[in-house]
Ligand binder design. Sequence first.
Ligand code: ADP
Ligand code: ZN
Ligand code: ZN
Length: 743
Amino acid sequence: MQTASVLQGIIQVAIPSPLPQTFDYLLPGGCSVAQIVLGARVRVPFGRGQKVGIVVALASDSRIDPSRLKPAIELLDDDALLPPTIQSLAQWASRYYHYPIGEVLSATLPTRLRQGEAAHISELNGEKVWSLNDSGQAISPQTLKRAPRQLALLQLLQQSEQGLNASELDAQFENWRGVMRSLHEKGWIDTDIQAQATLPSPAAETTPAPELNAAQIFACNAIHNALGSFQSLLLDGVTGSGKTEVYFSAVEQVLRADKQALILVPEIGLTPQLLKRFQQRFAVTIALLHSGLDDKARMNSWLQAKAGDAPIVIGTRSAVFTPMARLGIILIDEEHDLSFKQQEGFRYHARDVAIRRAQQAGVPIVLGSATPSLESLHNARQGRFQHLTLPERAGNAAHPTIRLLDVRQQKLTEGFSSMMLQAIQHHLDKGQQVLLFLNRRGYAPTLICHDCGWLASCQRCDAHMILHKSRHLLRCHHCDSQRRIDTQCPDCGSVDLRPLGQGTERAAEALAELFPHNEIIRIDRDSTRRKGTLQSLLKQVQNGHGQILLGTQMLAKGHHLPNVTLVGILDADQGLFGLDFRASERMGQLIIQVAGRAGRGDNRGEVLIQTHHPEHPLLNGIINHDYSRFANDLLIERSQARLPPLRHIALLRAEASRRDQPHEFLSAARDMGFQLANPAELLGPIPAAMEKRAGRYRAQLLIQTDKRAQLHNFLRQWLPQLSQLPQAKKVRWSIDVDAMEIG
Ligand code: ADP
Ligand code: ZN
Ligand code: ZN
């Protein structure tokens, strides 16, 4: 080992790169050791370019020959941009998920800070954005043949889903304002104010809390008692039981103690109502952190949270890493939601990171759900979480009744049984609303040749192309490739090609014919692509009567729709035979969450589920018992099958352009694993459920152990050796600790 001059000083820098180690640099020119703070950003030369890294340690020597060490270019912060708490959380996450520390630290930063921008709160908020409305989207280029500038601007707007602000328009279109005015006069333009990073605090008065019921009071007391030290509490409350009121009470206590609350939610775009409720209750700055914000807004929120200027911080998954000066509590709403697990790159689970963070910070964490994950229920049983239950709906609302509709041998009209149609009519006649759930967007799952049975499939995936009729195309939902709708069968030449099966677009079309006097509102990813659309559709639902709301799982997420009295699940069979061992858990959660939208107001709700398998034990478990019985049964199954949460797993995935390459790599990896001192159980390799995706072949190897520590010990020895395998060069591989989707 060579020793560099101590006076000179060496900094160890974590840099986003696939390499797991940190990198040594000399101090930037003109910079003294005293100026260096751990957790500050530094710009360094890296490879042929430059990168922004985080200083994680100071050293006086290096394994690299000192004459070969390069000086860093520039110190970007004069204090710790990432405070020690977040640095150590990131170190933990890097070890736990076996992911490079440089990548993990970088992932904790908002984009602009990651890119090296100065860490100052900048002016923003309330920027105007122009976008096309529905009629604008529908304009054919022919209409504007005589107005080429208008056509050009229209096409520019068509390309941007979020709309464009003035500076973006300035950059791309000369003198756009006059042209925009012409388009606006034609009624094709929407103007909107860009998403704001902080909700304006209502100046005047806030809505007071309702009088809490006994179960709510019990839960609130348990949380209040936990303040000031680490404890995990599972708030297991049926849909509409008033969990949000319990969160409010906890937040109130935390604010009173001059601390901050961090609230994690699944996908903020989907919960505008929750935000509004927070805003109505608390007259303080609420910082938001989610992907719908622009980069500048996000950076501001982050800095406000860090400085302690925002007492309430609400964000999605990655907000779990937001520095907070005075963290007092962490709340996770809908803790079972899959979106808390990042499914690529740094595959962390925000719930698990949050628990670790609460532990490090010595604050309580509350996990709320009507359908808790089996992981959390298991933890509660083991005594690691305090289990709080809210068994009844709050206020006057009662539990809905749930019935299965056996559709075997029944005539279906566009997927609707006559029993379902009658029930819909009945609820509409009373001026109530109906919510129909179909978890398939698009017009039909695919196109079939009526003469020979050919099915339209994706050329790059083992999947069918989904028919999107209104957009006149076939699209693959796995790789996003699309093509025009085939007019002739490539196998037999027949032109009799028909849509096969039913998606939301088709169901909406059928409903419009069946119920011509009622308004049909469709909510799925296609119908809510433009920003703000979901909000306005939900508002429309809240203000209207006699409407039919049709949608995908977007509808299952926590919306409070008090006029909905009938929930119809059009096809429960999709979820019954999933390959993933978590498929039944997910289906149960989804059905209960969707059913939970029924009868949240004063009228009792009814839930009807169409199925071809009315005797299926899973479905009966869901409708005859409460979720906890259903979950108990699943836990017993998991224990018998020796699966999580009773055991611990990781998944080694590999993909390549040739089918045999992932198998060769995974087999070699498995053989190497068997030779280690304390091998884990290794199962596979097997092809992924969808073996070919986006033109690449995928396979996987499952790693299982009884104890968590065993899993990590094994991975720590094994993973560094994998990159040395000759087969590794031919594949792209990754490790997924606590994998949530095994398919
Ligand atoms: P959850 O989050 O458990 O689904 P919410 O907190 O959204 O339930 O509560 C459902 C409805 O019941 C809301 O309209 C809420 O204002 C109301 N509510 C909650 N607690 C009470 C209570 N103690 N008394 C009366 N109404 C309540
Ligand atoms: Zn054919
Ligand atoms: Zn595809």
